[in-house]
Ligand binder design. Structure first.
Ligand SMILES: NC(=O)c1ccc[n+]([C@@H]2O[C@H](COP(=O)([O-])OP(=O)(O)OC[C@H]3O[C@@H](n4cnc5c(N)ncnc54)[C@H](OP(=O)(O)O)[C@@H]3O)[C@@H](O)[C@H]2O)c1
Length: 247
């Protein structure tokens, strides 16, 4: 059994990862604002309700949940995985129109919380003898600017650089860091993007067209690519991965 800690497990890609990991008989601790009901027969599932725009109190909730997990599932864990998946596309629009609070929330959820969760994970599992992996969910937006997406692009670019830098600094021979771009997936984030007005997001028509032309990836298919990669940590040979490499 492996253990997965997944942020944003309630919807979209995070939900697909959570369900697939449970189907593969792994343990999952999922974090999102809203409590997640376990619909699987696998009971090694714990939902933590927490708003990642404020990290206060999360480490205590995680310690408590990890203790519960270890008490109820005292098996030898092969590997432990952190998947920093939760992210916000908002705020979208010309910078001068954005609320300062929305700007701060984007930076906290998309960049600060993955860094703090990673620090917690590496400290908690410092003496763990199996494999440890940290996956930060990236995006094409980490590589190129997109009009009106200043916050999303810059936080994703920051997260990608954090992944590459962490990899340089990790001394643990049995730890791997990945920055994984999942491609454009059919999730509520895409639905929200398609609902934006052209004045907020000039490229909205391109995203509406991609949906009409069935170009969006199925999150379940992308989840199986990532879990396949994480199932063999010793074969992970680099930091930056793109789902296209699995086509
Ligand atoms: N969809 C795409 O086309 C696409 C493309 C490239 C990269 N990505 C990346 O893939 C990842 C997953 O995206 P998605 O499309 O699945 O997004 P999504 O459908 O919007 O789901 C986002 C998840 O993040 C959680 N979340 C949002 N705000 C949160 C907060 N303040 N505190 C705690 N949890 C929060 C949500 O849970 P709650 O609402 O319950 O809190 C939800 O589970 C993201 O990192 C995204 O940037 C997506």
């Amino acid at each position: 059994m492996d253990l997965f800690i997944i942020s944003g497990g309630s919807r979209g890609f995070g939900e697909a990862l959570t369900k697939l990991a449970l189907d593969q008989d792994h343990g999952v601790i999922a974090i999102s604002r809203y409590e997640i009901q376990n619909t699987s027969s696998n009971l090694a599932f714990y939902s933590i309700s927490h708003d990642l725009s404020d990290f206060t109190g999360l480490t205590e909730k995680l310690e408590k949940t990890l203790h519960l997990f270890e008490t109820h599932h005292p098996f030898d864990l092969q590997s432990v995985h952190l998947i920093n998946n939760a992210a916000l596309i908002e705020p979208v629009g010309p910078l001068v129109n954005l609320e300062p609070e929305a700007i701060q929330k984007s930076i906290r959820v998309n960049l600060e919380s993955p860094i703090l969760l990673t620090q917690f994970f590496l400290q908690h599992f410092n003496h763990f003898e199996g494999w440890k992996t940290v996956t930060n969910i990236s995006s094409g937006a980490a590589f190129r600017p997109i009009p009106s997406w200043e916050l999303y692009c810059s936080t994703k670019a920051g997260l990608k650089m954090f992944s590459e830098n962490l990899d340089l600094d990790l001394m643990d021979q049995k730890a791997k860091v990945i920055s994984f771009s999942p491609g454009i997936m059919d999730t509520s984030m895409q639905k929200h993007i398609r609902s934006l007005s052209p004045s907020q997001f000039p490229r909205v028509v391109d995203f509406q067209k991609m949906k009409e032309e069935h170009q969006l990836r199925n999150p379940q298919t992308v989840a199986s690519c990532l879990l396949q990669l994480l199932s063999l940590p010793e074969q992970i040979g680099k930091v930056v991965y793109d789902v296209q490499e699995f086509d």
